[in-house]
Design a binder for this molecule. Structure first.
Ligand SMILES: Nc1ncnc2c1ncn2[C@@H]1O[C@H](COP(=O)(O)OP(=O)(O)OP(=O)(O)O)[C@@H](O)[C@H]1O
Length: 243
């Protein structure tokens, strides 16, 4: 199995505050499905921001796609970013653009002509079950529909890694499972998936997913080897994460 992300003794400090992340050492392997869990404030979003290159670590080494991020030249960053799709809990769609145009945005930014992007955007709208809603503005879509647009936008460039930060926090449980199925389908096509979530029931839905748990900025299971079904002792403390 090829490693796609490697952290070695990574720490992250915001300003002069205490470390939000400390001594993170782990490897993520290509094509795997990972859940990142932990109580509020444990550092999940911070870890994801390091993964999708919105943040640089304060110390330690991060290797991504076999390159050392600390020494990566600035002009190679955009190319790396394009290989990572990101989905947020609050969707972050552009309000004045239709579903179609939100999804087309990464392709337009990459310089694709309108004539060339119509087919892939239509295909992915169909894949997320929204082929009839391409012209709709985000405000006229339900939460689940908006999140499906956000997922489509994140994967339209066929990223190697999909990072999702509480992607099901604003949809009902039934829709949460449907969204998870989209992630699972992508994973089957080879995309490495990392989903931060508090939702323990969601995690039980992906049997082969691996668990990473943060507590106080440190990895609770540094090997990332926890798998479902977990031992009862592994579950201790997880229930209070909900909500
Ligand atoms: N931009 C920032 N500036 C200063 N401190 C920050 C910033 N972002 C996060 N922190 C701090 O870093 C720590 C980890 O926050 P983070 O948002 O990563 O946790 P989380 O596990 O994602 O929490 P939640 O589940 O509530 O979203 C917290 O103590 C938080 O206050």
């Amino acid at each position: 199995m090829d490693s796609i992300v490697q952290f070695e003794n990574v720490g992250l400090r915001y300003g002069t505050g205490p470390e939000a992340l400390s001594d993170l050492s782990f490897t993520l392997f290509s094509g795997q499905f990972y859940f990142l869990t932990g109580p509020s404030g444990a550092g999940k979003s911070s870890l994801l921001r390091l993964l999708y290159l919105a943040q640089r670590p304060s110390r330690g080494m991060i290797r991504l796609f076999d390159s050392d991020l600390v020494t990566l030249s600035r002009d190679r960053m955009p190319g790396f970013r394009r290989r990572i799709g990101v989905v947020f809990q609050d969707f972050r769609l552009v309000p004045h653009l239709s579903a179609f145009d939100n999804i087309a945005l990464p392709l337009r930014i990459a310089g694709m002509r309108d004539a060339d992007l119509a087919t892939p955007v239509r295909e992915i709208l169909d894949w997320v079950g929204l082929s009839a809603r391409g012209d709709a503005l985000p405000a006229t879509l339900s939460g689940g529909e908006q999140q499906r647009v956000a997922i489509a936008r994140a994967v339209i460039t066929r990223p190697d890694i999909l990072v999702a930060d509480e992607p099901t926090g604003n949809v009902d449980p039934e829709m949460a499972v449907k969204l998870l199925r989209l992630f699972e389908a992508l994973n089957r096509m080879g995309t490495t998936i990392i989903v931060a979530t508090h939702d323990i029931h969601l995690m039980t839905r992906i049997k082969r997913a691996q668990m990473m748990r943060l507590e106080g900025g440190r990895l609770f299971d540094p090997t990332g080897a926890l798998r479902y079904p977990p031992k009862p002792s592994d579950l201790r403390g997880w229930e209070e994460d909900k909500g």
